[in-house]
Design a protein around this ligand. Structure first.
Ligand SMILES: NC(=O)c1ccc[n+]([C@@H]2O[C@H](COP(=O)([O-])OP(=O)(O)OC[C@H]3O[C@@H](n4cnc5c(N)ncnc54)[C@H](OP(=O)(O)O)[C@@H]3O)[C@@H](O)[C@H]2O)c1
Length: 326
């Protein structure tokens, strides 16, 4: 199998290499690309050194089975179509193609069927959306989801490596805000992305649009408040969901427990610090909402793993199985 990673030196790119290593796949060629600044950097795949190359106009004219993009929307808009012309599948972590009707937005456990006989660009959803829709999809099937009210507590690594760098420097006394509108150390910032005319931020809008697209349920409405907190890895979310049908809490818990991608913590809870290298969507504090047609829970996931790299690698794994590559 021939694989390329664009944005290999970033938070998601490096994690993608770890997730590929964990898969124990036979990879014949692994090419790593980043910006000119990282040209010549050595990264390691299963202890094998690989030199990072500068992404140039002709870099992706080579045919790969899978090309992963984690270099932002601008790079993806320019280079992903070029790669998609010659390679089998291009899996993009940015927001560049997520809203496009003709581009599948995939969480394999939910709508992996879209990958069947598919070649071209696949969009990887937003990090906080993935960890939330994994449990909500199960509950949607059982009780038909109508409304979601969610508040997130998102880690600084969600802004890329620079987010971690900003927080660590502020912890040592720096007053530079980096890409944040306020100091993030010892603080909570209720703004991720920029504000739209609706009053919602772009991150909140992503949770709304992407949830409906992934669940293929255009009737569900989402009211999201996305908040940055001084945590390095792991997004948390307080989720309230309303359903058409009456919910049986015990049954809902059992349904969630039987899903492979979900870990339910009964009579306890989990924090971002405790999730370690988990690729699962964690659900705890499961309880009725305002009545028997609603549910509330606390949701934690590793934003760079299940929120990005692990989901992207899962897309590749499912497509590789469907196309007989593995
Ligand atoms: N972090 C998360 O939790 C998360 C979750 C979901 C989705 N995403 C998305 O994934 C993408 C990457 O995020 P990240 O957190 O990994 O960011 P990051 O840590 O800032 O890394 C960005 C990567 O893109 C590369 N890059 C930047 N400009 C480039 C160019 N012109 N040509 C080639 N490579 C270029 C960088 O290379 P250099 O090192 O050479 O600058 C680096 O490898 C973004 O679209 C982000 O929205 C991130």
């Amino acid at each position: 199998m021939r694989i390329a990673i664009v944005g290999a030196t970033g938070e998601v790119g490096r994690m993608m290499m770890s997730c590929l290593e964990e898969l124990n796949l036979q990879i014949d060629q692994l090419d790593l690309y980043a910006s000119a600044k990282s040209c010549g950097t050595m990264l390691y795949y299963l202890d094998r050194p690989i030199e990072v190359m500068e992404l140039k106009e002709d870099s992706l004219l080579t045919r790969y089975d899978y090309v992963f993009f984690s270099a932002g929307a601008g790079v993806a808009r320019t280079f992903a179509p070029i790669a998609a012309d010659v390679s089998e599948l291009v899996i993009d972590n940015s927001s560049a193609f997520r809203k496009d009707d003709y581009i599948p937005l995939v969480v394999p456990e939910i709508n992996g069927d879209l990958l069947h006989s598919y070649s071209g660009i696949v969009a990887n959803p937003n990090c906080s959306t993935i960890q939330m829709v994994l449990p909500l999809h199960i509950l949607d099937k059982a009780y038909t989801l109508k409304k979601i009210v969610v508040s997130t507590y998102q880690a600084v690594s969600g802004s890329g490596h620079s987010g971690i760098d900003t927080l660590m420097k502020q912890r040592k006394g720096s007053t530079l805000k980096g890409s944040y509108p306020e100091i993030i150390d010892l603080n909570v910032i209720p703004q991720i992305g920029v504000f739209l005319d609706s009053g919602y931020s772009t991150e909140e809008e992503k949770m709304d649009c992407e949830t409906r697209k992934i669940l293929r349920n255009s009737n569900v409405s989402v009211c999201a408040t996305t908040v940055r907190v001084p945590v390095i890895y792991g997004h948390s979310a307080s989720v309230y969901a309303e359903f058409d049908r009456q919910v049986d809490l015990g049954e809902a818990s059992e349904l969630l427990q039987s899903a492979e991608a979900i870990q339910v913590h009964e009579n306890s809870y989990i924090t971002p610090l405790a999730i370690g290298n988990s690729n699962l969507a964690h659900v705890c504090r499961l309880r009725y909402g305002t009545d028997r047609h609603s549910i509330s829970f606390w949701n934690v996931g590793h934003n760079v793993r299940i929120g990005a790299a692990a989901n992207a690698v899962n897309i590749m794994k499912l497509h590789a199985r469907m196309s007989g590559r593995i």
